[in-house]
Design a protein around this ligand. Structure first.
Ligand code: AMP
Ligand code: TRP
Length: 330
């Protein structure tokens, strides 16, 4: 069975970029019985950025609720918390000795975050892709559903696998990435940048946003600028519409809006409220599920504990084999 794995950081609210770039695929992949799916909360990654220790456990807990409310199922996937499995960080240490500093200095995400966080360019931020490679390879995962911004990290993961196999004998697969049709959703306020929480409140739509907030944010979203010359804002909104269009008639609606946009005559006063409505309806079930799940914290904890056990058993074996291969077992 092909093993699929991905992770997400608990660092505040989920936004539609996270959903359309990654989580939507996770839900689809777990429904295929051929796949052996692992999804985890990357809490160790999340502490490389500024955080409030009083908030962190709630963020972890809320993310677990969000993932379940969106449709991840403990019956179909193994769902767990990264920091509960010490073998990831142990393998990361071994990989640390196999990668040279310039290879990490080249990482786009590191460069962007280092610029943002000049007062705290910590070693964890630098080493982030190595821990990510360990997360993936410790389960010998073959495919990793992520957004476009993680592709460079996956390339490094494959390079580490090749290097390890070359030196110690074939052991790790070279995991490929799986992208959605919308691997990079752009910011609502600056369509040249990807949607992210760091772009400010109005730049993203959080899954937990109320219908009123969604309407407001779409209304104020950048559309076409420069007298219609720069169409990136409009294209981004259209691609979001397309991604949330599920029925045949919604798909037709999308095609018409797209045609109008290309011809430079899209009426945003009609299109924008319709887009907001589509998003609001799409997440109605999620909002209900979320409210239900929030009432039952013990159930959430139990799911993560079960997942931790399953993941741990696999990770422990891989680490032992790695230690043997590299000569640490006397
Ligand atoms: P993060 O919140 O950084 O842990 O990201 C979780 C997942 O969402 C990763 O697979 C990212 O690649 C994906 N992601 C984050 N932002 C976007 C975006 N603007 N468009 C598409 N995917 C995204
Ligand atoms: N770096 C990923 C992100 O920011 C999260 C992550 C950590 C991850 N470990 C992973 C994703 C392993 C896929 C596989 O989105």
């Amino acid at each position: 069975m092909p093993r699929i794995l991905s992770g997400i950081q608990p660092s505040g609210k989920l936004h539609i970029g996270n959903y359309l770039g990654a989580i939507k695929n996770w839900i689809g992949l777990q429904d295929d019985k051929k796949n052996d799916c692992f999804f985890f909360i990357a809490d160790y990654h999340s502490i490389t950025e500024d955080y409030d220790p009083r908030e962190k456990s709630k963020e972890i807990f809320d993310l677990a609720i969000d993932l379940l409310a969106l449709g991840l199922s403990p019956k179909k996937s193994t769902i767990f918390q990264q920091s509960k499995i010490p073998f990831h960080t142990e393998l990361a240490w071994i990989f640390n000795t196999m990668v040279k500093m310039p290879e990490l200095e080249r990482m786009t995400q590191f460069k962007v975050k280092a610029k943002k966080q000049t007062y705290n360019i910590n070693i964890g931020l630098f080493d982030y892709p190595i821990l990510m490679a360990a997360d993936i390879l410790i389960y010998k995962a073959e495919a990793v559903p992520v957004g476009e911004d993680q592709i460079q990290h996956l390339e490094l993961t494959r390079e580490i696998a090749r290097r390890f196999n070359g030196k110690f004998g074939k052991f790790f697969p070279e995991p490929k990435s799986i992208l959605t049709e919308t691997p990079k959703i752009m910011s609502l306020t600056d369509p040249a940048k990807k949607m992210s929480k760091s772009g400010g409140d109005k730049s993203y739509i959080a899954l937990a946003d109320s219908p009123e907030t969604i309407i407001e944010k779409i209304k104020s979203a950048t559309s076409d600028t420069g007298g219609g010359k720069d169409k990136r804002g409009g294209e981004n909104l259209l691609s979001i519409f397309n991604a949330f269009a599920e029925t045949k008639s919604e798909k037709i609606e999308y095609k018409n809006y797209k045609k109008d946009h290309e011809a430079g005559k899209l009426k945003y006063s009609e299109f924008k409220p319709r887009l907001a409505e589509l998003i609001i309806n799409y997440f109605a079930v999620y909002r209900e599920n979320r409210a239900e799940l929030s009432k039952n914290p013990d159930y959430i904890k139990k799911i993560l504990e079960d997942g931790d056990k399953k993941a741990s058993a696999i990770a422990e074996v891989t680490l032992r084999e790695v230690k043997k291969k590299i000569g640490l077992i006397i």
